[in-house]
Structure formats: structure tokens, C-alpha cells
Design a protein around this ligand. Sequence first.
Ligand code: BG6
Length: 516
Amino acid sequence: MTQPLAPNPLRRGLVEDRTSDACTVVIFGASGDLTRRKLLPALYNLAWQRLLPGGFAVVGVARRDKSDDVFREEMRSAVAAFSHRKPDDAVWSDFARGLTYVRGAASESSTYDALRAHLDRLAAERGTRHSTLIYLAVPPAEFGPIVEGLRAAGLVDPPGRERAGGPWTRVVFEKPFGHDLASARRLNDAVASAFDESQVFRIDHYLGKETVQNLLVFRFANSLFEPVWGRAHVDHVQITVAEDIGVESRGRFYEQTGVTRDIVENHLMQLLCLTAMEPPISLAADAVRDEKVKVLRSLRKMERSEVPRNVVRGQYARGLVRGEDVAAYREEPDVAGDSRVETYVAMRCFVDNWRWSGVPFYVRAGKRMARRVTEIAVVFHDLPHALFHAQDGGIAPNVLAVRVQPDEGIALRFTSKEPGQQTILRDVAMDFRYGATFGSNTPEAYERLLLDAMRGEATLFTRRDEVEEQWAYIDRVLEAWVADGMTPPPTYAAGSWGPEAADDLLARDGRRWRRP
Ligand code: BG6
């Protein structure tokens, strides 16, 4: 009789042993898109996985007047629409009992009085122990008033109280954290007047993605790749964050940010840091963040005159995306008909340190590109000597491509012989796919990050100096564009891979963008 196969240990799913101690999650901006699309689905999924603590509550805060029941109904619809697990009656009703609403505006002190009374009640009724994770899912202009309101109302417990076994307060800031270096600094100063840095969690949801975390594991838990990870073996690195969607209903926001502030300053810079950083001395939050800050400080600062040669802007024109005609950026709702805002950026960066000296990092991000793909590709040097000849087939350089999304995985491209009597060469891939290897148990980025923040684990959040270094680098580019009179960016057809000027950026160095 054949024995039943033992379950594949790689597919047994997550080891469900992480939870936080009792607490309340307070969400400012409870009527907003982020709450519906990401935060509530993530919290519900944590509840479903039994990763929430025994004493737990969620309080939504927003301007509109509504009852707890109306708020619960809205959140149930949000979970039904946006969660990868649909609400299960038993789990939902248990979760929803802890879901309540407080009406209030950021600028009114009565909001914080009401919130304090509410948190006292929750501590008594649900055993939340006054520990509070405050999530600011609001526009950055409201960060300052909320921080001040919380401080003035005495809603911030100093970190010493937690160390003495008392309750804790932590605060999560959604991006964008500031609009430029000066505003990020002002904001950091305001935050520091109320919170200790150890209580501050600046979110970059790309750090919550499994594949992004795996970059650290891949680099530092394998001995094979680290020796070749640097100038001696790497010709260049390409990092792509391409989206096929346009700006959707966020025209007004995009007119203020453009893709540089929306994606490059944060997600793209973080991917670059994780790719380029040195091994940290430990996985402690500050050890990892110290190494990322060193990368940011090593980025070669561009003089204004160098920006045009190293940075390409673009804006999407009409085009065809997945077989559908789509509008130009300038035709999107709330976008100026003559807007000069960029929806695409490509940059040539250098990390001027021992490891990466002379190795270009080509990075690009864009909306309405040919497909949605985020990828980090490490392209290795050409062969030093051609033993095989051109007629034998192409010899392409080795490439290690980390696919952050979709089809999460890692592929190593190398040259192989085609079967047959002749020696014909072919570029092939060794392919590791998350889905095929581990099943589809990957948690959403926000699940991981919310739980980390509740547990006070800050490794996957951006530290003050990190966010300021990111802005310091990006500011030079933004200032150069303003100094040049913000000429209209070249357009690219929606559904393409960006403006021609971006191809020229690499062609000048004798290289080409990959088509991921
Ligand atoms: C957000 C940006 O931070 O990231 C959006 O504001 C973008 O413009 C989104 O669409 C992309 O995130 P993801 O997880 O879908 O790659």
C-alpha cells in the first residue's frame, strides 16, 4: 500500500505565533480610501488568522457624524470588496464588536477629549489596557494638528511607561512624509515634540511586501551571491516600479506630487537601499536602518546642471492598456489641461562607496506603463573572453532578477547549449516562484506592517534620518526642474515603456532597459 505523502513543509503556511499585547488601533481618516482598501482588510485578515490580541479594539475617527453600526456596515462592505478573504460571519461578528467610531476633526480639541473618554471605556470594557496604536491615514497637512492634539490631550504615553510595564503609545504616519526636505524636517520636529523616535512608525508599504523582505534573506542568508554582489562582478542594476493603472481618482493628489514624490522618493529609494546596503550587524531595527542610511548618504549628489543628463521625466498620453483606449494624464479628472506633472521618471544613480563605485543604478517608475511589474535586476559583466562565437547564438550577460510583483520570485538567467549536434547557445532561466514553492499564503504588506507596529518592531519602517536623506537626494532633482522653468515633460503613449528619452539614458552608456 502506498503511504500518503507527507505534507510539503514549505506549503504548511505561516507559523502563526506572532501577536501583540492588548491594544486599540485608532485610525484617523476612517472615511478615507486607505482605511477601506488596505487597513480594515488587513486588520480583518489578522483577526481571521487569530493574530490579534485578546483585548483588542479599532476606533475610526473622521469628520462625518455616524453611528458605530453604520461604521461597522461600511467596513464590512470594504472588507467584502477589498480583502483577499471575504468576511466570514463568525469571525466578522467577533471582530466587529470591537469596531467603533468617534466623530471629530483634527483641529478641534473636543476630538481628543472624546477620544480619551472612548479609550478609557474600551480599556474598561475590552481590556485594551490603554495601549494605543494611532494610525494617521490622513493628508500630510493634518499630521501636525493631530500630533499636537494628541500631545495636548495627554494621549501620548512616554516610552518609559511601557518599559515599566505600563501601556504604550505608537503612531504610524502614512506617506507622503513631507513634500520636500524642508517640510519633512519641520514635520519630524513637530513629531519629536510629542513622541520619542522609538514610538514613530513611518510606513513605506513596499517594505511589508514578502519579496522585499526576502531580498535581505536572499542576500544575507546565502553564501553564493554576496561575493559577486558588487563592482567586481556587477555591470549595472535596473530597478523598475511600473504600473499599468493611471492616476485614477487621485488627479488632485498627483498634481501635487507627481511620480517622483509618490513612488521614487520612497518605494524606489527603499528598493535601492536594500539592494545596495552592506550586511547589517544584526536584524535590529537600527542596525538595518543604519546600513540603509549609509547607502542614501553615498548616493552621488547631482548638481543642477547634471540633472538633465541623468534624469528623464515623462507624462502619459492617450494609449492602449490591456486592449482598452485610455485617456491622457491631462484628460484625467482634477488634472490641469496643461499640466507639467511627471507620471514617469527614470534616473541614473551612483552609490559612491567601495562596493558600488562606478556601477550605475538605473531606476524608473511610471503610471500607465505596458504592464504592472516591480523588479530589481542585477546585470553581471560581459564575458572577459569570447570562447563561443556570435554564430553560435547570443551570449547575454547573466542577470539575477528579483520579481517583487506580480509572479513573485527570483530568476537567474544564464547561457545554455541548445540540445542537438551543433553548439547553439540560448539564454535560459532558473526560476524560483513563490506561488509554486510556498502556495499562496503570502500576507498582504499592511498585515505584516500593522502587526509589526503593534509589536513595536520598527525594522520595516523608515527612521527620521532615512526619510530626510531620501528627500535630500530627490530635492536636488525637483529643484533642478523648477530652476529649468518646469518645461513640459515628454509624453509617452499609455501602455508603452515610457518616453524615448529614457531609452537614450541607457543607450548613451551602451545599455538597454529590460522588458520585464
Ligand atoms: C502607493 C502610491 O504608495 O503605491 C500609488 O501612492 C501606487 O500611486 C501604489 O499605485 C502602488 O502600490 P502597489 O503595492 O500596488 O505596488
